[in-house]
Design a protein around this ligand. Structure first.
Ligand code: PRX
Length: 637
């Protein structure tokens, strides 16, 4: 990637100015210079943000997998594309070269075609972090099918609702998954999901753990024998730049999760460019992002961004605490990792462990450290800087979202001076704006406003699958003509952005984006529960944790409260997934409501935080007396 390479601040400002003044020239230069297209686009950009209609590289024809793999084969065929580090450190590492990846992807593509998957069909992927996962993504993209990865920690209900939202024909899963010293029977979760009516015709099963599983005749097939028989050549499908590449769900503040649709051309250009700019790959680098491919970070910065740049990307199956808390440092040392990209929640957890875990390892190969998923607090930033980066490697605090496709605001390592807790400056092509409640732009420093983006960028999601109206309402209505991120932010005197957190009912727990509404819906289905309200509160390790206020049905039956708490959490785990469990559950006799019946979450949030100083205006409350009761019975700790 040679165009608009940024090696100093002057080049940054020059590129930034160009990207604002002539966005079409800026992005078409990058798109033309760095990728293989079957046919060039007729027009770079068409958009109307009030209708949330955006198209990039109109009528351009391409296949993203040709760009991720095939075009590297001549020069980099023997280079490791994917370095697979298994959960168990005793199990050998796999070095999958670009040549081998090509063969594996082509074989998988042929298997999918054989199973009747066609261009435009949706394929659901429910797999742990094993090589078959990126191979499955790339195989779908190669044949023009749309992949939708469901994080393997999600429950059967979450899985089936996503499958049916998309009418997926085929599901790719495994018998089980390893996680530290435990293994999880994934296939049984799939079986439970598919007890409900669904569009799934075939389930392809990877043998990973050897766990005993049920195979349903006519529906379930072991993948390996099919791969063994499949031809190793496959002609990549010719796709339009605006054809969907994948759908990934993200929680919203209301109702069901939103299937964000990303399209091929813009996403390719954006992830490749941002990977190059932020992670600055060199020929012998080993790049490692610890995210799961079930989230957008894994899509963009384990699979697409690195492969589009011909990099070596680590795929890690395990967890940071197995076999001990030195695992991350061990992997960095063993593979001489040069760029390391992780989440603040992992940093905070590891910072609590003995420093000897780090000191026993050589981390001197690291050149760039990344952080993503939630605000990184000052203490965690310094620990990361001092002990992992040894004050030598810049930390890039990257702010972006599932909806964005790729990194939006972040310091460019060795270019943008870092400032803890500030995501700093927008990347070229990104035009942020802070808005006040009256929809006026905030010009002043240190004033928190709603973070919006006022101009399209190639990586932005194009719609919510099957519900464009919701897409418009969620992102383009609060501030007409702009994309509203749902985050609050402020700017300092030099123009650095600091993200202050969500301004809606989404809580970021351990870097996972959780809408409170779907959790409340799940809890309310429990027969003992009348009503519930969930809020986030600060937590040392997770960043935020969930606090639930719950009113019970008046049945006259007295239930053991701790049992009920366990049952409610179990209920959440099976409806959504264990990540959405509540840390604290307070049973209350009522919730503070306005006269129009709206729960006043602001007050509940303050009580959960232990801040009783000022509840603001409570005059609209129908039942102000409840506030005292809730406050008095708050769960401490
Ligand atoms: O609130 C912001 C927070 O994570 C949200 C997006 O979550 P998700 O779509 O799951 O994508 C996460 C990975 C890209 C944002 O709205 N967030 C993400 N990165 C940061 C952040 N908050 C502060 N600083 C960050 N670097």
């Amino acid at each position: 990637m040679s165009y608009y390479k940024i090696e100093n601040l002057e080049q940054y400002f020059k590129a930034y100015k160009k990207s604002v003044k002539s966005p079409e020239v800026f992005w078409s230069d990058i798109a033309e210079e760095n990728f293989t297209w079957y046919k060039k686009w007729d027009k770079v950009l068409e958009y109307d943000l009030t209708k949330a209609e955006v198209k990039w590289f109109i009528n351009g024809k391409l296949n993203i997998v040709k760009n991720c793999i095939d075009r590297h084969l001549n020069k980099k065929g023997d280079k490791t594309a994917i370095l697979f580090e298994p959960n168990n450190p005793e199990e050998p590492t796999q070095h999958i070269t670009y040549m081998e990846l090509h063969e594996r992807v082509c074989k998988m593509a042929n298997v999918l075609k054989d199973q009747g998957v066609k261009k435009g069909d949706r394929v659901c992927i429910y797999l742990p972090m094993i090589p078959e996962l990126p191979v499955a993504l790339l195989a779908c993209a190669r044949i023009g099918a749309i992949h939708s990865v469901v994080f393997a920690g999600f429950s059967s209900s979450a899985l089936i609702s996503r499958i049916n939202d998309l009418d997926c024909k085929v599901l790719i899963t495994s018998d089980g998954s390893f996680r530290g010293n435990k293994s999880l029977n994934l296939k049984s979760i799939v079986d439970e999901a598919l007890e409900k009516p669904s569009s799934i015709e075939k389930v392809l099963v990877v043998n990973r753990t050897g766990t005993e599983i049920q195979m349903k005749e006519g529906r379930d097939l072991w993948l390996q024998p099919l791969l063994d028989k499949a031809p190793k050549d496959h002609v990549a499908e010719v796709m339009d730049a605006e054809d969907p590449l994948f759908i990934l769900y993200t929680s919203g503040s209301t109702g069901k999760p939103k299937g964000m649709v990303h399209t091929i051309g813009g996403y390719m250009v954006y992830t490749a460019y941002t990977f190059q700019t932020i992670f600055q790959p060199k020929e012998n680098d080993v790049y490692w992002c610890t995210a799961d491919i079930g989230w957008i970070t894994g899509h963009s910065y384990i699979v697409y961004g690195p492969l589009l740049n011909g990099a070596t990307t680590v795929l890690f199956e395990g967890i940071p605490s197995y076999p001990d808390h030195g695992r991350f440092w061990d992997v960095i040392d063993k593979h001489k990792v040069t760029q390391f990209y992780t989440a603040p929640t992992a940093i905070r957890a590891l910072a609590r462990e003995n420093l000897s875990y780090i000191e026993n390892h050589d981390l001197s190969t690291i050149r760039i450290l990344g952080s993503v998923g939630e605000p990184i607090n000052e203490e965690a930033w310094h620990w990361y800087n001092n002990h992992v980066g040894k004050k030598q490697s810049p930390i890039t605090d990257t702010w972006w979202q599932t909806e964005n496709g790729g990194i939006m605001i972040a310091p460019i390592p060795y270019v943008t001076p870092t400032k803890p807790t500030y995501a700093s400056l927008p990347l070229p092509g990104v035009q942020p704006e802070l808005m006040d409640e009256r929809r006026n732009e905030i010009e002043d420093n240190q004033v928190v406003g709603s973070l919006c983006i006022k101009f399209p960028w190639p990586g932005m999601a194009r719609t919510i699958w099957g519900d464009h109206k919701r897409f418009v309402e969620t992102y383009f209505t609060a501030f007409p003509g702009k994309y509203f991120t749902g985050d609050g932010a402020l700017r300092d005197e030099v123009g650095y952005y600091r993200i202050t957190g969500r301004v809606d009912d989404v809580v970021i727990v351990s870097g996972h984006n959780l809408g409170t509404a779907p959790i409340e819906d799940a809890i309310n289905e429990h027969p003992a529960v009348a009503e519930s309200a969930i809020v986030g509160y600060p937590h040392d390790i997770k960043g935020n944790a969930l606090y639930g206020y719950i009113t019970l049905m008046e049945t006259g039956e007295v239930r053991d409260r701790d049992n009920l708490r366990r049952e409610i959490n179990q209920h959440i785990a099976s409806h959504i997934g264990p990540i959405a469990k509540l840390d604290k559950i307070q049973f209350v006799s009522g919730l503070p409501k306005t006269r129009s019946g709206k729960i006043m979450r602001r007050i509940l949030r303050k009580i959960a935080e232990g801040d009783f100083s000022n509840f603001g205006d409570t005059s609209t409350l129908l039942n102000p007396e409840i506030v005292e009761e809730i406050k008095d019975e708050r769960i401490e700790g």
